[in-house]
Structure formats: structure tokens, C-alpha cells
Design a protein around this ligand. Structure first.
Ligand SMILES: *Cc1c(COP(=O)(O)O)cnc(C)c1O
Length: 486
């Protein structure tokens, strides 16, 4: 029973936490014993990437039987590279390519795994009926989750995305999704509206659905089963740096993470708590720099202008996973509950000195505006012939900002998406103009750079549009009810 809510002592097993998604008190499940239980880091670093995943997931979720089989089923043959997440040297720095999975999103690492965990948890808990996965997406989670849960027995999935908030390629990826158990719907609003709608749906519907054989869960990184698989690639990067002779075991490595909902970077903190020698965890934000401000001052304030940027997966003002970090840093359910309630009610909160200090011991922050994003893509292409997507470019820019603090430690930029998901802004960054649609742009980008287009994206062109629903944000709950009733 080592999973507990961030907001109270409400607790449960790991299988229960995966099936629930969100804790019933509105908090997020976390492992209080993380860091106090030993983990054989060096042994783990010697394994191949699937072996690392198995060891790490078995540590984080010991209640799951036969993790090895689950990991193999999730990943074998699904990724385009031998390493799950290859580490590429770019100049004197490193890019960890997280986007080599079936939908060219870093979310594939977690969302290839989550359906396996969910199915295993259902089996172990002897659950009958259906699990309905509710998902809010800023673009990439949606497709990766749809792909992961497509036709998975005992589950169905409903994805909400902001109508004007995703790239044309991302929109196309979701609208063409096949499978008998999938629903895709756009919402007139931004990502925060979608996320709030889904969280409200959990609160409003969980009881209502009791006894109907339908239970709700989430594929967002509020689900611990989504977060845990992401810990693996921090170990992969470290192991590759050791193999290359760039570091010896024990040397610290900095990771620079393009951040939205704070899940990716939090997984780095988990790796550190498990004993991986992580130096600074650098949170990179785009123009929506609510996290940069928070990490510098301790004031989290979402009452500000919302910008639509070329890195839409980071256009977020309420970062859910920060709540888990707040608990680890403050060790207080009451404080976390108070802050979260104040955020909901008034739009801001200020953490105390001690909590801020505990956070700043591990995390740094930086931000990058639109011009700087474009400049980073152009510069890295010209100087290194490496093509960054806009999200990765945000992190690259921030890496350069914080280079002086790195004191010689290797800096690893986490690359979260293929540039071909955002061909129009990438073309623009290279000083070129786009054509009539995302496919023409991708082709042009390919001709100019020679970087191959991932097959899963180019093949979308032939696929029929299957999903056209569009609703107002107030309609999310009734929409879910109508779909559940079907
Ligand atoms: C989801 C996403 C992010 C943000 O990751 P978080 O875990 O939400 O912080 C960054 N870049 C891309 C391309 C993404 O899809």
C-alpha cells in the first residue's frame, strides 16, 4: 500500500493507483518511500534499455506481476531505433531523442507501457466491466494514447484537444485514428480548459458510475503508470555517456527538459531519488513561463496572458505534476491541499521558504520566447546539421542560458518531438516559406534537410478523417456521459 495521495493519507496499492488515475480526494498518487528504498543503480545501468525499464518499473510498482513480459509487450518492435531513446551528440552537448516511437512523440515511451499496466492491473484486481480512459491533450498525448489503447480489451478511450491549439499534423494524427473503442473530440478552449474539464468529470462522475460496470481512469501524467515509464530514459542517457567515456559512474549529468505539465522533468527527479547521479534538472518553458517564475520566486500565478506558441505542447498554465514535487519538497499534505485549493479558487499560491529552497536544490529554470525558439532551430541546423523541433529548441536555448552553471557537467537536452510534427514553424526557422498544407511542408523540409520523414506521419495523408466532433468546454461532462452510455 505504498501509494498515497498528495492531499491526504488516502492510500492504495500500485495497481489501484494505476486504475484510479487521480486519487479520489483530487490529489495525485505518489510513492512516499521513494528514495528510502535502495535501488541497484549500477546494475541497472549495465542493462539494455528494456532491461532498465523492467528494473525501474519493478522498483516503482512492485505489485505488478511479471513486469518483464509487460515491458517486452509494450516496446518490442514498436520503436524505430534499437535503443528506446537514442542519445545523439550535437556539438559538445547531447540530445536524447525521445520521439522514436509509433507516433513520433516522447509520450510513446509511457503510453506504449500504460495499456499493459492497465490491463495487468485489471486482471490482478479481478475487475470486470469497462475502464474508460479520459484524456486531455495539448497535442501529443492524444495520439500516443489513442494508439496505445486502440482495441485494448476492457478499455475505451476519449480524447479532448483544444480546437485551435494543436498543430495541423497533430490534428490529422488524431482525426484519422482507427479502432472500435476510440473517441476524439475538439474543445473550444485551450489545453487548461480540456484538463480542467477532465478533472471535473472525474469528480462529478466517479460516484455516479458506481455499479454501472464502468470506471474512469486517465492517460495523462497525473496517472502514476504514465509517469513511471519515463524514469527509464534518464538512466539510458547516463549509461550511454558512461559507454562513451564522457563520464565515470558517480559524475553528475544535467538534464534540460522542455516542460508543460511537469511530468517529464519530474521523472528525472524520481531517477535522482532512486540514486542516479543527476546534477541540475533544468525546466525549460516557452513564452508561457509560469514555471520559470515559480521556480525562481515560489509564487505560482496563472493569472496572466496565455500565449499560443510554436511549441503548443508546452502552452500550459496549470502544470499538474508540480503537485507531486510540492509534496516531496514540503512533506505536508495540508500545505499541498491548501495551495491547490487556493490555485483553483484564486489563481495563485506562494510556497514557504523551506519548500522553495528544497525545490531549488534540484531544479533550475529558464524560458525562451518565439524569436529565440526560431533562432535556435536555425542556428543548430546551420552549425551542426541537426534539426530541432520547436519544443526541443526551447530547451536548447535554455541549455545555452544555463551553460555557465553546468561547471563542465555534460548537458543533455531532452528532445520531445519529431520536427515533422511542426513542419511549418521549422521551415520558417530555416528561412523558408511553407506550402499549402502540412504534408507539402514536410516534403519540402525533407528535400532541404535530407532528414527522413517518419513513416507514421507521411502515411496519414492517405487516411480518411474519422473524427469531427467539436464541443464547448461546458459540454465535456455531458459528452462523456453520452459516450459512456453508447
Ligand atoms: C507533452 C510534451 C511536452 C511537455 O511534457 P510534460 O511532461 O507535460 O512537461 C513537451 N514537448 C512535447 C512535444 C510534448 O508532447
Amino acid at each position: 500500500m505504498h501509494y498515497e495521495s498528495t492531499r491526504s493519507t488516502l492510500s492504495g496499492t500500485d495497481t489501484y493507483a494505476v486504475l484510479q488515475g487521480l486519487a479520489p480526494d483530487g490529489g495525485l498518487f505518489l510513492d512516499k518511500t521513494l528514495g528510502s528504498r535502495p535501488f541497484p543503480v549500477q546494475e541497472c545501468l549495465k542493462k539494455d534499455s528494456l532491461g532498465m525499464a523492467e528494473m525501474i518499473l519493478s522498483y516503482l510498482m512492485p505489485g505488478f506481476e511479471n513486469m518483464k513480459a509487460l515491458v517486452e509487450k509494450a516496446y518490442t518492435g514498436k520503436f524505430e531505433t534499437e535503443d528506446l531513446t537514442p542519445l545523439v551528440k550535437v556539438g559538445n552537448d547531447y540530445v536524447l531523442e525521445l520521439f522514436r516511437g509509433p507516433t513520433s512523440a516522447f509520450k510513446d515511451v509511457a503510453l506504449s507501457m500504460l495499456p499493459q499496466l492497465m490491463t495487468a492491473a485489471r486482471r490482478q484486481e479481478g475487475m470486470a466491466g469497462k475502464t474508460v480512459i479520459l484524456t486531455a491533450t495539448s497535442g501529443d498525448t492524444g495520439k500516443a494514447a489513442l494508439n496505445g489503447f486502440m482495441d485494448v480489451e476492457g478499455t475505451s478511450i476519449i480524447v479532448f484537444y483544444p480546437a485551435e491549439g494543436v498543430s495541423p499534423m497533430q490534428q490529422r494524427q488524431m482525426a484519422t485514428q482507427e479502432g472500435k473503442n476510440v473517441t476524439v473530440c475538439s474543445v473550444e478552449g485551450n489545453f487548461d480548459d480540456c484538463q480542467r474539464g477532465v478533472k471535473e468529470a472525474f469528480a462529478a462522475l466517479s460516484e455516479k458510475l458506481e455499479g454501472t460496470g464502468v470506471s474512469l481512469s486517465s492517460a495523462n501524467s497525473i496517472n502514476i503508470g504514465r509517469l513511471a515509464p519515463q524514469v527509464t530514459y534518464y538512466f539510458i542517457a547516463y549509461a550511454r555517456l558512461m559507454e562513451e567515456g564522457r563520464i565515470a559512474f558517480g559524475d553528475k549529468v544535467d538534464y534540460i527538459v522542455p516542460t508543460g505539465n511537469f511530468g517529464d522533468i519530474l521523472a528525472g527527479y524520481y531517477a535522482k531519488m532512486m540514486g542516479l547521479p543527476v546534477g541540475r534538472l533544468v525546466c525549460a518553458s516557452n513564452a508561457n513561463k509560469v514555471l520559470t517564475d515559480f521556480l525562481e520566486t515560489g509564487l505560482y500565478d496563472r493569472r496572466r496572458e496565455f500565449y499560443k506558441t510554436a511549441s503548443p505542447s508546452m502552452d500550459i498554465l496549470v502544470s499538474s505534476n508540480l503537485e507531486r514535487l510540492l509534496y516531496y519538497a514540503s512533506q505536508s499534505h495540508e500545505k499541498v491541499k491548501g495551495w491547490m485549493e487556493q490555485l483553483n479558487r484564486e489563481g495563485f499560491y506562494q510556497v514557504d521558504e523551506a519548500t522553495l529552497k528544497a525545490i531549488q536544490e534540484n531544479f533550475s529554470a529558464g524560458c525562451c520566447n518565439e524569436e529565440e525558439t526560431m533562432a535556435a532551430i536555425g542556428k543548430v541546423w546551420q552549425e551542426e546539421k541537426y534539426l530541432l523541433d520547436p519544443h526541443t529548441a526551447v530547451a536548447w536555448h535554455v541549455m545555452e542560458q544555463v551553460k555557465a552553471q553546468a561547471e563542465g557537467r555534460p548537458q543533455v537536452v531532452l528532445s520531445t518531438a519529431s520536427p515533422y510534427k511542426f513542419p511549418a514553424p521549422v521551415l520558417k526557422a530555416l528561412g523558408l516559406t511553407g506550402g499549402q498544407d502540412e504534408f507539402a511542408d514536410a516534403e519540402k523540409l525533407n528535400q532541404v534537410t535530407g532528414v527522413p520523414v517518419p513513416g507514421n506521419l507521411s502515411s496519414l495523408r492517405q487516411k480518411p478523417i474519422l473524427h469531427k466532433d467539436r464541443i464547448a468546454r461546458e459540454e465535456i461532462i455531458p459528452y462523456i456521459l453520452s459516450k459512456v452510455a453508447e
